[in-house]
Design a protein around this ligand. Structure first.
Ligand code: NAD
Length: 477
């Protein structure tokens, strides 16, 4: 029978209980489903020592063997998909089917990076006779990684896979609110034969752990996914210690809907995508800039589809959208909707919390949202769709680029010249046309401006986990 796992730290290849813990809540009914251990300073020191040993072993393990372990772990997680998905639904709230897709996506990150880790080629630079210049890519060292709660399994998977594929060891502090996803990865890596210390999993007080781990001499990369505010804070600490960072931060994705497409088809795809993960996705489509001739038809269809989304407990097979993951998101939705309303936005669907037990909030469609509404500038990170009319592609591009964010951007158009302009002019790390998928394992993912720096995935993803070393070798002195 599937059950929520016993939560522990994973340090030096062993499971460890802690004397202090924090409750983990089920956002569908606010019941306590587990206690996440809080790591002490001594636990962190143990993890650092283990990761130093792990790095010595793993960096000298052949890329082929590393890939074997990673692929085996992914295969185990595929076998355990139902059990892992059940834990994710309990702690995060998303429907089981979405949790299963998340697990598969996490496995794909492992499989892709495992293969890429065997291709971190260097180069030989043409030189005069008697000397050779060789460029090598070596694992950067121990990675201190921090993953958020919106995808309890695939967010940790992305960071762990990158580090392991490059030959690094890693201490991951996964999200305290959704710890089971990362625990399942630890189990799979352990069972697949990962040497002790290569991967270490801790939980605790986020600010205390990052403040302690980042300055450590052996920490060579800080990899973080989360809000821009926390990302900037960690980057400042890293700068004081000259540590490189990989930052996947907030977004506020624009969607430009051109008048050459069917507004009904575009609205149906958009509303369905908006409901994914209850909108708690850094690439969630949020600001819809729709050309005037199709504006009303798009907004009307979007609202109808939004109202039809079945909201409920993720364990119920009829549920299409689960609760928000925590009460902070309910407060944020209520504040953003009230502000937009006060500034003149029309509420076409949703707008109010559902019930008062569990963190349920419907897909909420706001039309005619003025530029000065807070929701137009602050990442809602919830099921809010903001729809505004635009007169031209120029206006749409200017609005899309007007925020400090630049993670994902989308457009619907059948015009090759529109698509070409959008690809060139939109300021974002990922631009998707006629699809609301921002990235897959084989494409690089990351942001520009306040959305962070660095890329995960694709052929580019491992570059942050390696250093470039140039070796000049004269054959005789
Ligand atoms: P938050 O900014 O407090 O936390 C975001 C994440 O960072 C959490 O996982 C948290 O544990 C971690 N964190 C916070 N302070 C930290 C520190 N000093 N050191 C290390 N880790 C730290 O906010 P929140 O209420 O949990 O989430 C709200 C906002 O975070 C959202 O509005 C969204 O913008 C952002 N967020 C982004 C992503 C993403 O995928 N980019 C994921 C989750 C949250």
């Amino acid at each position: 029978m599937t059950r929520y796992p016993d939560l522990q730290l994973y340090i030096g290849g062993s499971w460890k209980k802690a004397s202090a813990g924090l409750p983990v809540l089920n956002p569908a009914d606010e019941s306590v489903i587990g206690t996440v251990p809080v790591a002490t300073r001594a636990d962190l020191d143990e993890a650092l020592a283990a990761a130093a040993d792990g790095f010595r072993i793993w960096s000298r393990t052949s890329p082929r063997r590393r890939a074997e372990v990673m692929v085996k772990a992914a295969a185990l997680m595929r076998e355990r998909v139902e059990e892992i998905a059940y834990s994710i639904t309990l702690e995060h709230g998303k429907p089981l089917a979405q949790a299963q897709l998340e697990v598969i996506r996490g496995c794909e990150f492992f499989e892709w990076d495992a293969a890429e880790g065997q291709r971190t080629y260097g180069r030989v630079i043409p030189s005069e006779p008697g000397i050779k210049y060789v460029v090598m890519h070596q694992p950067i060292g121990m990675v201190a990684a921090f993953s958020p709660w919106n995808f309890p399994m695939s967010q940790p998977a992305r960071k762990i896979a990158g580090a392991l594929a490059a030959g690094c060891s890693i201490i991951l502090k996964a999200a305290e609110e959704t710890p089971a996803g990362a625990m399942h990865i630890a189990h799979a890596l352990h069972d697949a034969g990962l040497p002790p210390g290569v991967f270490n999993l801790v939980f605790g007080i986020p600010a205390e752990i990052s403040q302690y781990l980042i300055p450590q001499e052996q920490t060579r990369l800080i990899a973080f996914t989360g809000s821009t505010a926390v990302g900037k804070h960690l980057t400042r600490i890293a700068a004081d210690h000259m540590k490189p960072v990989l930052m996947e931060l907030g977004g506020h994705a624009p969607v430009i809907v051109c008048d050459d497409v069917d507004p009904v088809a575009a609205a149906l795809v958009s509303a369905t995508r908006k409901a994914r993960n209850t909108g708690q996705v850094c690439t969630s489509p949020t600001r819809f800039f729709v050309q005037k001739p199709i504006y009303e038809a798009f907004a009307r269809t979007f609202a109808e589809k939004a109202r039809s989304v079945v909201v409920g407990n993720g364990l119920d097979s009829a549920t299409q959208m689960g609760p928000l993951a925590n009460y902070r998101r309910i407060e944020a939705m209520e504040m953003l909707v009230a502000d937009a309303r006060a500034k003149g936005a029309r509420v076409l669907a949703g707008g109010e919390r559902i019930g008062n037990s569990g963190y349920f909030f419907p897909v909420t469609v706001l039309a005619d949202v003025p530029d000065d509404a807070r929701a137009m500038r602050e990442e809602p990170f919830g099921p809010l769709a903001l729809i505004s009319p635009v007169s031209s592609l120029d206006e749409a591009i200017a609005k899309a680029n007007s925020l400090p964010f630049g993670l994902a951007a989308y457009a619907f158009t059948h015009s090759a010249s529109n698509a070409d302009r959008l690809a060139d002019e939109i300021e974002a790390g990922n631009v998707s046309i006629n699809t609301l998928e921002a990235s897959v394992a084989e494409t690089p993912f990351g942001g520009v401006k306040d959305s962070g720096y660095g890329r995960e995935g694709g052929a580019e993803g491992l570059s942050h986990y390696t250093i470039i070393k140039n070796v000049s070798h004269r054959m005789a002195i």
